[in-house]
Design a protein around this ligand. Sequence first.
Ligand SMILES: Cc1cc2nc3c(=O)[nH]c(=O)nc-3n(C[C@H](O)[C@H](O)[C@H](O)COP(=O)(O)OP(=O)(O)OC[C@H]3O[C@@H](n4cnc5c(N)ncnc54)[C@H](O)[C@@H]3O)c2cc1C
Length: 469
Amino acid sequence: MNYQSLTPELIEQFRGICGADALMNADDPKAARYGRDQVSEKAYHHPPDLVVFPTTKEQVSQILELADRARIPVTPRGAGSGLSGGAVPACGGIVLSLERMNKILEIDPESLCAVVQPGVVTAALDRELEPYGLFFAGYPISEDFCHIGGNIAENAGGGRAVKYGVTGNYVTGLEIVIPGGEVLRLGGKRYKDVTGYDLISLIVGSEGTLAVVTEITLRLSPRPRHRRSLLTGFGRESEAIDTVSAIFRDTGIVPTSIEFMDAFCFTETAKSLRFDLPSEGSAAYMLYEVDGADPNDTERGIEKINDAVRGSSPMFSELLSDSRSEEVWKLRKRIPWMLKRITPHQSAEDISVPIGAIPGFVRRLRSIESDLGIHIPVFGHAGDGNLHAHPMAVGDEAEDRWAEIRKPVLTTLYEEALRLGGTISGEHGIGNKRREFMPLVSSPTELGLLKGIKGVFDPNAILNPAKIF
Ligand SMILES: Cc1cc2nc3c(=O)[nH]c(=O)nc-3n(C[C@H](O)[C@H](O)[C@H](O)COP(=O)(O)OP(=O)(O)OC[C@H]3O[C@@H](n4cnc5c(N)ncnc54)[C@H](O)[C@@H]3O)c2cc1C
């Protein structure tokens, strides 16, 4: 695709749309952070030529109209917490930051809905919902900083997905702007809608490649008033993971969360936080949680889970007090940051497999680790089969070693996931980081259909180019 360069005249026109204080030029020292997300590898960073900060859908519409006419690439951006290079302007051009569109427009307790702008921080919405006794169930672990717009574009999942599902399950309405500048309203506060194709589901998870989301209507749920959690350590990883199916099979309970942490992830993060947590030399740790409206139900639920995990002979099992549970969740949320500090020569993966296939996948992961002589720490949402494996190269020659092994390691991991009925991304998306692997998972016909859909929304391919395909 032939894109045009941003001329001073065009920059002046964008200034006319948004105002001078809503533009950041490429030479501004703060512009560099709009050229990367949370992917460590520099190969997936690219500086923007201009960053714009619209505050209204009208401005977004005029920006897309002008950019489409002038053939300037536009990359929408939320908080930049993504892990697939999605918010990075891979072809240069404009970064369209939605961070100033950050208002909660309405909380409607009658229809159990919230209407928000895309730049609302996920946890900020949760705090606003608390007094209403409501919550938005589709949160990711990055809730303290990621934006609802980014969650929609990635169809983010998270720690509660076992029971509540992912972001897309809670989106009932969207306002979007498509390339060319037209504004469309899809759905609304109604929960049910089978009128025509489900365009909301198409936009959710489309990684900012089809439209810019400017308003979101979210379905809310009654806020669970009680939570109980359990931390368990096992002598073998397979014993820890076997408990997932056992819980579903034997207890009749759908836990809110089942999180897996290998010994390295758990103990190194506990050390960095100076937490005094039990370890007993365990090879793997599981955090189970149940929630609900009735304290007796949650108590019974967690006890049943505790009974079920005893079948796997844990080394220890601790029913956590509320404060202790917060500590363990803090540890779990810190793991990606602990790993990121080790080396930039790593890849944060989010392979998704059927839950029955997790033990086989982890076993295979360990054999790849020893065959190739690399380190692959792993943790993640075991309750829905979504594991974060972080293959990495460390030591003096890490950069060269990583350049050599990155592709074969990822190809092997992905092929293994596919063999087990899984796929290459359960929540972080394809972005520019995984696009070279799309032909592994999608047939030429499927890829053709996806590209055809992209062409219908964005015939000049100005919106977030060089992503997914
Ligand atoms: C420590 C850590 C923990 C994480 N935990 C989880 C987790 O539990 N579950 C999970 O799913 N993810 C997780 N992530 C990944 C990331 O936080 C999510 O993908 C999140 O939803 C991205 O939101 P964002 O606002 O940062 O989006 P960005 O990174 O800014 O953008 C992500 C994508 O969305 C597009 N986009 C953003 N806003 C819009 C918009 N308004 N309209 C159209 N397109 C848009 C961008 O173009 C890009 O393709 C984690 C990341 C980190 C660093």
